[in-house]
Design a protein around this ligand. Structure first.
Ligand SMILES: CC(C)(COP(=O)(O)OP(=O)(O)OC[C@H]1O[C@@H](n2cnc3c(N)ncnc32)[C@H](O)[C@@H]1OP(=O)(O)O)[C@@H](O)C(=O)NCCC(=O)NCCS
Length: 133
């Protein structure tokens, strides 16, 4: 059973154990821009966003699930919970080679919104999607 709540400062050490993005996540937490997923008392994934981060629209720029907890619906639950914190048009993106993220995005109600070339190494396009909450 997965529970979704706001990220809190005490979550930081646990998040750092599985985060795949550089730096730490303290800004997202203190600015209230993060949801975390818990299984039992263990944080197993998080989703974070930037207000106005995609040409003025809210943008989900980080979504990570601990490798040991993948394919259990954790990311799906986090994206579904977005509507409890954001409203209006929201964007998300993933590299064209990120099969897991793209499968998740296609299955959770996002509409294709275009691509940007030249952002990622090896000429991998970044694919963007939008959803109205
Ligand atoms: C992408 C990621 C967040 C998915 O997390 P997850 O909790 O495993 O995803 P879910 O269990 O909620 O998957 C929901 C659906 O997405 C699709 N999916 C998820 N992972 C997949 C994979 N590895 N291959 C194919 N489809 C996948 C499936 O359709 C899945 O439904 P199913 O399990 O019933 O078939 C996770 O793989 C991750 O943290 N990746 C590294 C960071 C990353 O790339 N983030 C994306 C930035 S947008």
């Amino acid at each position: 059973m997965v529970a979704i709540r706001r990220g809190e400062p005490h979550d930081l050490p646990r998040l750092m154990e599985f985060d795949c993005f550089s730096g730490d996540r303290i800004n997202e937490i203190v600015e209230g821009r993060m949801l975390v997923a818990e299984v039992g008392a263990t944080v197993v994934g998080y989703l974070a966003w930037q207000h106005g981060g995609c040409i003025g629209k809210d943008y989900v720029n980080k979504l990570v699930v601990d490798g040991r907890y993948r394919r259990r619906g954790i990311a799906q639950a986090l994206t579904q919970a977005l509507s409890t914190t954001l409203s209006g048009r929201v964007y998300i993106s993933a590299g064209a080679a990120n099969t897991a993220a793209l499968s998740l995005i296609h299955g959770t109600g996002w509409t294709p919104a275009g691509r940007i070339d030249g952002l990622l190494p090896r000429d991998e396009p970044e694919l963007f999607f939008r959803r109205d909450l």
